[in-house]
Unconditional design. Sequence first.
Length: 271
Amino acid sequence: MSTMTPARYRVAERVEETADTVTLALQPVDEPLPVFRPGQFAMLYAFGVGEVPISVSGRFGAGGLLHTVRAVGATSGALCAARPGATLGVRGPFGRGWVLPAPAGADLVVVAGGLGLAPLRPLVRHAAADRDRYGRVAVLIGARTPGDLLYPGEYDEWRAAGVEVATTVDRAAAGWTGRVGVVTALFEELRTDPARTAGFVCGPEVMMRFAARGLLDRGIPAERVWLSLERNMHCGIGHCGHCQLGPLLLCRDGPVAACSTALPLLSVKEL
Ligand SMILES: Cc1cc2nc3c(=O)[nH]c(=O)nc-3n(C[C@H](O)[C@H](O)[C@H](O)COP(=O)(O)OP(=O)(O)OC[C@H]3O[C@@H](n4cnc5c(N)ncnc54)[C@H](O)[C@@H]3O)c2cc1C
Ligand code: FES
């Protein structure tokens, strides 16, 4: 099938993650599931409404994908409203995913702001499942409120696998006994070795800039700090130019880019 023709996927499960965010488990109807790498995205089409880029947030069973969608407008709202049994269109997965360090024993630092944990979850699940391959694995998660934390039911599973998980919120709520403050404040507790650490960051752009600089300040080289960038996307395959960021077409050259490339571009206003 052409990369511009959506394949039919059926909604197998729908989980309400937060007040405005839903995870959909999608099963292909016509073709087997294509291979995807953590950090890639797909174009999800709500028939008759529109098509938007949404990261792959995990695998569903052997043959399906998970996508976590926040309802912010017409198309994401229609996707969030889709019920089990509904049919959606899917193109992809597209783009470059997270680049994992080759040497065995490397430390990983994953920094997520809000919905940014969605594209990072496949990476965390991979690290938790293949724990012996890495040194320390730290996952630092920030959210607006405790109710906005994504996938809280998985954190203990990750911890049990030897992943260090720390959370913080901007605003506490009744019963919250955890940390309050920006996610970069969690860097103080990092015990990873900068010389052998790779960093992975996704969240609102301003948070990514601060988080990336924080990791660089800790001595992690810019070539080993990876950001997942967002721009408007239409074709998803490098043809239309909508997702341009300086010399990059983010659907093709991203969405994941190294800090050494991404930070100079993000510091140019309205690029
Ligand atoms: C590579 C990539 C991966 C993405 N992964 C996810 C994901 O896993 N889950 C998810 O919920 N969303 C994700 N997004 C964002 C998602 O594509 C947008 O929220 C969606 O396109 C909004 O479309 P809409 O028609 O619902 O709303 P629109 O009517 O287009 O927009 C509604 C509001 O949201 C704002 N908005 C639209 N797009 C973005 C954006 N990219 N970033 C910030 N604000 C935006 C608009 O300015 C407007 O204020 C991703 C975007 C990209 C580029
Ligand atoms: S979305 Fe068309 S070139 Fe990237």
